[in-house]
Design a protein around this ligand. Structure first.
Ligand code: SAH
Length: 221
């Protein structure tokens, strides 16, 4: 919408239709992914100044200087991950919790970790509120994965590393898939899909993306 404020901008059903239409037009076509995203109200994950932009297809700032990803990128990453109903998924980079909430509708169990304890605390409260019982959120340096819960059927990393971290490759089941952005944090990165085979890994480059960097160690808050 360019001018004025038509009444339907405030109508939640209309807003949801436009949100889903934007996803489809950017290539998110998997019906399970679309319905998981339809069930996940992005407005609950964006607070403060930017809350009224929650239904636009753009990344937005969240606490701790981090960002909630653009919905179409979330959709494309989720689609590439090809999550099955029995899967145990690890997400590295909880952020707002939005991506984990979407995954929780597709997988059996979701582990999500963030180096910021505050983001984890806020996400845990939201998951409880939304009655999403199959998510476990922990503060940890996700570049080491979660050895106690490994191996995983699927791993999704939502912060960019220069290369796929070795511990994450090691914690992927044979036949498992990992989707992650790789590249320098100040340049355009590539979203890649790694599939673990009996012997070795297959790598597919999906599209250029831009993510905050994967940073070592726990943050101070
Ligand atoms: N998936 C999130 C967006 C994540 S932004 C959402 O849906 O909102 C990237 C997140 O990765 C940030 O919250 C950042 O704190 C986290 N992060 C960066 N390096 C990390 C690391 N080594 N371990 C765990 N989390 C990390």
């Amino acid at each position: 919408m360019t001018t004025g404020a038509p009444d339907h901008e405030d109508d939640p059903a209309e807003r949801k239709m436009r949100f889903l239409f934007a996803l489809r037009s950017r290539g998110v076509t998997d019906s399970r992914v679309l319905s998981a995203m339809e069930r996940t109200d992005r407005g609950r994950f964006v607070k403060g100044l930017f809350a009224d932009r929650a239904y636009e297809d753009m990344p937005l700032p969240i606490s701790c200087g981090q960002t909630i990803s653009q919905p179409s990128v979330v959709g494309l990453m989720t689609q590439a991950l090809d999550v099955q109903p029995r899967d145990v998924v690890l997400e590295v980079g909880t952020g707002s919790g939005y991506q984990a909430a979407i995954l929780s509708h597709l997988a059996r169990r979701v582990y999500t970790v963030d180096r910021h304890r505050r983001l984890v605390r806020e996400a845990v409260a939201l998951f409880r509120d939304l009655n999403l019982m199959n998510i476990t959120a922990l503060s940890a340096d996700g570049s080491f994965g979660l050895p106690d819960q490994a191996p995983f059927d699927r791993i999704l990393v939502t912060a960019a590393a220069e290369d796929p971290p070795g511990p994450l490759l090691a914690q992927l089941k044979v036949g498992g898939i990992m989707v992650l952005p790789v590249g320098q944090s100040d340049a355009v990165q590539s979203l890649i899909k790694v599939t673990r085979r009996e012997r070795g890994f297959d790598y597919d480059e999906l599209r250029p993306v831009r993510f905050v960097p994967l940073v070592e160690g726990l943050a101070s808050e």
